[in-house]
Design a protein around this ligand. Structure first.
Ligand SMILES: [Mg+2]
Length: 253
């Protein structure tokens, strides 16, 4: 079997959209590569089960996308987590807390074709990939509803998306929690991600002496970089070509 890089002592934390799958016009339109499940199974075996999907999607959405395969996962940018034993943790949050925001943002999306409203339960997103002209409108709207909600939530921005997510948890805190548990504890963490919300994860992995990998361009705390598209799959061991990791140039001070 092809040896996976960087080796059996690692724990794998992998973002999904823009990292393992290409971004699509809407979150519902992404397509998994046919060989992705086999690659993830291979990495799980090679790492003694130390693989988790670290995503902005809800865990239920990840399970649906993976056809019912239930990987250890962090969903909604770390708000919810499912550990290697299948136990779910999510801080209690009343669905009612977001009722007004939900209604307002859904209405805005209905009024502006191309804006896509996504209700993940504890977080709400406006996607504008189909209508980049609505970027400022989407940001203003989410900031406005955030103003009414206060410090329990934060506004996060990503690639063509602006989102309202519960405060206090992020991808970094999720990775740190996994790293305190079996079978992740004691391994070298690898985190691969492509977007701004992945930066929390890169910083935690750097602190733990692991391998942080930014996919694509843009400023980052990650220490390594991979090209997008096939680059990640190739590096993780699915098959040639396997691109070289490019060490991030230190930023000029
Ligand atoms: Mg991503």
């Amino acid at each position: 079997m092809r040896r996976s890089i960087p080796g059996p002592g690692c724990a794998y934390f992998l973002d999904l959209d823009g990292t393992l799958v290409d971004l699509a016009v809407t979150p519902g339109a992404v397509r998994l590569r046919a060989d992705l499940p086999a690659l993830l199974t291979h990495l799980q075996r090679a790492s003694g089960g130390a693989l988790a999907i670290i995503s902005g999607r809800a865990i239920a959405d990840l399970d649906r996308l993976f056809g019912g395969r239930r990987y250890p996962a962090a969903g909604q940018h770390g708000y919810e987590r499912r550990d290697a034993r299948g136990r779910r943790t999510a801080r209690a949050l009343s669905r009612h807390a977001l009722a007004g925001a939900r209604q307002g943002l859904a209405f805005l999306a209905r009024m502006h074709p191309g804006l896509e409203f996504e209700d993940k339960g504890a977080s709400l997103a406006l996607h504008y990939r189909r209508a980049p002209r609505h970027a400022a409108l989407a940001r203003r709207a989410v900031q406005a509803v955030h103003g009414a909600l206060g410090s329990r939530f934060v506004v996060t921005t990503g690639k063509c998306v602006v989102e309202l997510t519960p405060a206090g948890r992020n991808k970094g805190s999720a990775i740190a929690a996994f790293m305190r548990e079996r079978p992740f504890a004691g391994r070298t963490p690898i985190f691969v991600g492509d977007d701004r919300t992945d930066e929390h994860g890169f910083r935690v992995v750097n602190r733990l002496g692991g391998c942080s990998v930014k996919v694509g361009r843009g400023p980052t705390a990650a220490r390594w970089r991979l090209p997008g598209g096939e680059g990640v799959i190739g590096w993780l061991g699915a098959g040639p070509p396997r691109p070289r990791l490019v060490r991030r140039r230190p930023r000029a001070r």
